[in-house]
Design a protein. Structure first.
Length: 251
């Protein structure tokens, strides 16, 4: 595969959950709640209600953590000390599921990127469907750059950094000179997640957010990751083998 670093001005953005990592999407919440003694206090439906109730705040905050919210919820439901131990064990398993799939390890190695930037929505302060998230990424410099970008909690960052080893990982660069001329986004838009409904709308919203801040003359090309095949690898190979100044279309 041609390296994205072969072309100056290229920004390759890779989604994490559902794209680089399928193991996150396969994490069985109900089984792990039962395994760690949390089910009597918090069943799977209540867990997802907690996530949905707090997601908008926690996934765009570098101060509040999912860990704290989870502990508070179980304590409020009478979990006590046993519940606290169970939450910690559950989260060890959950963060441990944040692994880069073997096929994507080969792709990352082929980029020959000297470093990978990490941009979580919590660290940037905006969700990926918000134009301000993408404006921040574009301010990181002209490139060539490889960025792992994900809507996730701030306390997910250590697990993602660990999963991206042996690559050197640093926070997304902000305030650098220049702007990418070619943005390649690789994302499942939720299609590979357990609740995959609505991924087409998420793709539309994300694409609109990027195009709204993309400078004139810069291109956006999208590789849609799906759970039922590896065509996205072929599409990515083709895009990375194409110079940024060539006409670009979304895949």
């Amino acid at each position: 595969m041609s390296s994205p670093l072969a072309h100056a001005g290229r920004l390759v953005v890779l989604d994490f959950c559902g794209t680089l990592s399928q193991s996150v999407t396969r994490f069985n919440v109900g089984d792990h709640l039962a395994k760690h003694g949390l089910a009597p206090h918090l069943d799977e439906a209540a867990y997802w209600t907690m996530v949905q109730r707090t997601w908008a705040r926690l996934s765009t905050s570098s101060d509040a953590t999912f860990t704290a919210v989870f502990h508070d919820e179980v304590a409020r439901r009478g979990g006590g000390g046993v519940g606290a131990v169970g939450v910690d064990a559950f989260l060890r398993d959950y963060w441990g599921s944040h692994q880069v799939d073997a096929a994507w390890q080969d792709v990352l190695a082929a980029t020959r990127a000297p470093q990978i930037e990490l941009a979580t929505s919590a660290a940037v302060g905006y969700a990926k469907k918000d134009p301000r998230f993408w404006a921040a990424l574009l301010r990181g410099g002209a490139g060539p750059r490889v960025v792992v970008a994900t809507d996730h909690y701030i306390d997910a960052e250590p697990a993602i950094v660990a999963a991206l080893r042996p690559w050197s990982v640093q926070p997304v660069g902000l305030g650098a000179e220049g702007c990418p001329r070619d943005v390649v986004l690789v994302d499942d838009f939720g299609a590979c997640e357990q609740a995959a409904a609505g991924y087409a709308e998420r793709r539309r919203a994300t694409e609109e957010a990027i195009r709204s801040v993309l400078p004139d003359g810069s291109s956006l090309r999208i590789v849609q990751v799906t759970p039922d095949g590896t065509n996205h690898f072929d599409s990515l190979h083709q895009l990375l083998a194409t110079a940024p100044d060539r006409p670009a279309t979304a895949h």
